[in-house]
Design a protein around this ligand. Sequence first.
Ligand code: G6P
Length: 608
Amino acid sequence: MCGIVGAIARRNVAKILLEGLSRLEYRGYDSSGVAINNLDGVSSHRAVGKVQALRDKFTAEPLDGKIGIAHTRWATHGKPTEANAHPHFSGEDLALVHNGIIENHEPLRRELKAKGYEFKSETDTEVIVHLIHDALKTEPDLLKAVQNVLTKLHGAFAIGVVKNDENGRFIAARKGSPLVVGVGIEENFIASDQLALLHVTDQFIFLEEGDVVELTRDQVTIFDEKGEVQERPISVFNHNVDATDKGEFRHYMMKEIYEQSSVISACLEGRISETKVLTSCFGAESEFLKDIENVHIVACGTSYHAGMVAKYWIEDLAGIPCSVEVASEYRYRKVAVPKKTLFLTLSQSGETADTLAALRMAKELGYLTTLAICNVPSSTLVRESALTLLTNAGPEIGVASTKAFTTQLTALLITSVAIAVENGLSAEKEQELVQAMRSLPAYINDALAQDAHIKVIADRFANKHNALFLGRGTMFPIALEGSLKLKEISYIHAEAYPAGELKHGPLALVDEDMPIIALVPHNDMLDKLKSNLQEVAARGGELYVFADKETDLHNEDNIVFTEVPKVDRILEPIVHTIPLQLLSYHVAVVKGTDVDQPRNLAKSVTVE
Ligand code: G6P
């Protein structure tokens, strides 16, 4: 949450910063701002709302300079007002942008007020810039002043600092929030995410916890937490820049929904043969698989739903216990860890604060090993986990996760089968599952073929205020994910229940105003689910049934039927996800909401 960009170059950096902010809008879009350092001093524009509002200010009054920092905000402390927008200043000459949360901002604010500092915002950030200003009174070197101040901060931060009489450099630092350095030719950059800098470089240095960086045009000097200079490797970004383009689609979300067949292929590539899961995909240390006796999965949001599906797969295929928990709960309780337990995190971004904190805690708890299933190779989660399985979904820009979710499921299926093989799964069954996986991309395309039909039924949701999703078995987490998608982007209140729980409460909500979305694959739960649907129909509820032909369900008076391809049971949760993504997308479009950047949300949640 919040995105920062910084640049030092021989050219005017304003355009570079604005483009960087647009690419970081997925991290927050409550307000944005830029501070540019030039020979006349540090000047700044800030604006409430999306980066376009800031661009408009630049059009009306351009700022020109060769060093600058910029920020797009997801409000935590203080409302999304211009006064709370970054950069924050201390005096006229010192400006700072910050991503993260300073937990001890209240005592620090009191100390600074006692020294005569006046606060212009309600943010926790403003204390940092005043502290640096104060430190400069006794330590005139900006780098050292920043290093001194960082020791006083509790919480998470990535910062960029510019100062007027520092025309040849700017300073950045990270601890607990992501920050990369972009290395150019006679120009250098910082950003919360390398995507923000792909228009200027493809060479990146990933900073480590506690790193402080001095950036000049020609040099990047990194100091670790102890103040010692460190060399960190440069990595070259290997995704196509076009991945951040909407192409022919109106929204990123739709583009990403349609990419699922190809990214699932990319996720499977090199991980399965004709007959087997290739355990080499877990790296050289894949022998950990044979020792696993338990699995603990920890994740947030959509990733958590993927974990819930994996629990069914692992317990069913491998016959070993698996528990799934949201990271924000796991990290604050005493966890009993059975021996030989795998700690498995799931994260699209690999930067989610709660998931990272859970991993750090787990590392002290005697787990067998830690495995991250993640979409971002350079993320903190990947770097801090012992083992990684990348989902290879490519950059996901829409805030509501789509292709990142189905590739997580694909990677989890690979992992579940690999664990099962070590726990007695027959070679014949393994081959059957692998062959099913190979047909997955084609099934995804078949499911997408219902797009036009789903667009039509989406109209009927436009004036609804509530919706209820039902599923059984692996369809229950998919119902949860479908309801999350609907509420995230169309702002319709939606809940999901295991269909068998209907009679224990939610049935009381059912009337003709309540659409019920039921996920009904043709499997051994079918008859039970059909009875649940009868319970709804008997109360006048309007049923939207997503089922395959073999279920013998079809359009009736109070049933709107959508066909989902008939697939192997193991693939049902992945394939049934597609129509629900399309439904929430089309409902949001009908309602006219901001599909890619829904209100109050952010793609990457790097604060608690
Ligand atoms: C945010 C995003 C969700 C995502 C969750 C976990 O809330 O809006 O789409 O599922 O974070 O993110 P992660 O990157 O850890 O999967």
